[in-house]
Write a protein that binds this ligand. Structure first.
Ligand SMILES: Cc1cc2nc3c(=O)[nH]c(=O)nc-3n(C[C@H](O)[C@H](O)[C@H](O)COP(=O)(O)O)c2cc1C
Length: 165
């Protein structure tokens, strides 16, 4: 059972979420590769794939979204999970469905999980900082790594069951 964890991340917070998922899977004994989505051309060599991306303007990072679109058939034939990292706590239930929902359907993902991310103004470029000042969301690191580890643990349980099926 070979697993790929791959992420689209601009400022690193999504990459750190991915790294935590990798740690859990390796601890449970799964052979797990960890790559930025821009470095992955095919998911052909993996039995299971976990793809995550930061959300910017309701869109996934282009490398992660492109990977899903270009590998949709292969992903549908594998156990696939998706996760989005963004400011979920400031989104409202009636907000338009963002790109990730469509990508989750396209990839046949078992689950699409949303995690809160990190927003720190001094990391942003001038345009982003101006936009964020208008939207005025809470600023800080809202990542809950216990929640991330629990989710990865659930994936490990499912993969173990599949391995012995
Ligand atoms: C300019 C800008 C736009 C953003 N747009 C969204 C958005 O539409 N939805 C959302 O949930 N989070 C949004 N976020 C929050 C980011 O997804 C969050 O900061 C995330 O942790 C960034 O991940 P990264 O460090 O891996 O790049 C936005 C952040 C910035 C700076």
């Amino acid at each position: 059972m070979k697993v790929l964890v791959t992420v689209g991340s601009k400022y690193g917070s999504t990459r750190e979420v991915g790294a935590e998922i990798v740690k859990v899977l390796r601890d449970k004994g799964f052979e797990t590769d960890f790559e930025d989505a821009c470095d992955v051309s095919t998911v052909r060599y993996y039995d299971a794939v976990i793809i995550g991306s930061a959300v910017y303007g309701s869109l996934w990072r282009r490398d992660a979204a492109g990977l899903v679109r270009e590998n949709a058939d292969l992903l549908r034939a594998r156990d696939t999970w998706m996760f989005s990292v963004g400011m979920t706590s400031v989104t409202t239930p009636d907000q338009p469905i963002d790109e990730a929902e469509g990508l989750a359907r396209l990839s046949g993902a078992i689950e699409h999980k949303r995690f809160d991310g990190r927003l720190e103004l001094d990391r942003l470029n001038v345009g982003e900082r101006a936009l964020i000042k208008v939207i005025n969301p809470p600023v800080g690191d809202f990542r809950d790594f216990d929640e991330v580890r629990a989710w990865a643990g659930d994936i490990a349980v499912r993969l173990s069951a599949d391995a012995f099926a």
